[in-house]
Write a protein that binds this ligand. Structure first.
Ligand code: THU
Length: 132
């Protein structure tokens, strides 16, 4: 699967966003080495801190299907942003722990902009389990 296909699946996931408060819909798609793709979208709540981001939902969705970091091949994130949608700090921390350091992460938007990055670039000098 190429990055355009993975981003298209993230865009499809974005349609499932529950974002009545921010009206900011985000979609994510996580590709595994066996070809399986797990989707995520942001899910909000009237108690705002309970909102969950799309990329974390995609990772947790994959994990709830028995997948883990060694199975993860690529991650795509999409929103209606001016530039490629950049993951929030909380997601960067989760990605840093649960996603391979150098697997491709495609940040994108509805205009077709794509920025390829990876977990280490998104969160250099990360806090990790090794620090505990
Ligand atoms: N959001 C994501 O889903 N991913 C991000 O990395 C940025 C923020 C969601 C959370 C909230 O539902 C909405 O976008 C506005 O912050």
């Amino acid at each position: 699967m190429d990055k355009a296909q993975l981003i298209a699946i993230a865009e499809e996931a974005r349609e499932l966003s529950y974002s009545p408060y921010s009206h900011f819909a985000v979609g994510a798609a996580l590709l595994c080495t066996d070809g399986t793709v797990y989707q995520g979208a942001n899910v909000e709540n009237s108690s705002y801190p309970l909102c969950m981001c799309a990329e974390r939902n995609a990772i947790y969705n994959a994990m709830m299907h028995g997948k883990s970091s060694e199975d993860f091949a690529a991650l795509a994130i999409i929103a209606d942003t001016e530039g490629p949608c950049s993951p929030c700090g909380a997601c960067r921390q989760v990605i840093s722990e649960l996603f391979p350091a150098h697997a491709p992460i495609y940040l994108s938007n509805l205009r077709g902009d794509i920025r390829e990055t990876d977990a280490e670039e998104l969160l250099p000098f990360a806090f990790s389990g090794g620090d505990l």
